[in-house]
Design a protein around this ligand. Structure first.
Ligand code: SF4
Length: 160
């Protein structure tokens, strides 16, 4: 399958943030274990830096973003690159639905963080299947959303 047919999953970089780490873990689960032949990713830092090749890949793909907080760095950078209507996942929604899953720390997500990543990965994989079943250009933005803590250190793209 060529790149244009694969759904692109872009998590925020969220370094230093537990929810950012959960989002990246969920992305790897989908990319490497659940839908390895149907998905791809691109480094968010390349988008932040304005790398033309990375931006072109985003424009040509169906994209899902995964963000760890309301700064929504993945979503902002995808939109800045010209990617449109990307379905958005916010890690906090998983926590809101499963408050028993408190993540221990960034460096060690622990059982709860792993479980949260699994739940999120299931939702992302279902969205991958949904996008692949749709004709190109028929995408409606679908926002899975909410408010959470902020991460001040993460890279951010310029707002349009
Ligand atoms: S500030 Fe950006 S990189 Fe950090 S957790 Fe929030 S969305 Fe992710």
């Amino acid at each position: 399958m060529n790149d244009a047919e694969r759904v692109m999953i872009i998590p925020c970089s969220g370094i230093g943030k537990a929810y950012g780490s959960v989002g990246r873990e969920a992305m790897y689960k989908v990319l490497e274990e659940m839908r390895p032949n149907e998905t791809q990713t691109v480094c968010l830092s390349l988008l932040t830096l304005g790398d033309e090749q990375a931006q072109a890949r985003v424009r040509n793909a169906r994209v899902i973003t995964v963000d760890g907080c309301p700064f929504k760095c993945a979503q902002v950078n995808v939109e800045h690159a010209g990617g449109a209507n990307a379905p958005v996942f916010r890690v906090f929604d998983i926590y809101r639905a499963h408050k028993e899953l408190k993540v221990r720390s960034v460096s060690e997500l622990g059982e709860n963080g792993e479980r949260m990543a699994e739940l999120l990965a299931d939702e992302i994989a279902a969205k991958v299947d949904e996008l692949r079943a749709m004709p190109r250009g028929a995408l409606n933005a679908s926002v899975v959303v909410n408010e959470i803590e902020e991460c001040e250190d993460a890279p951010r793209g310029e707002e349009k």
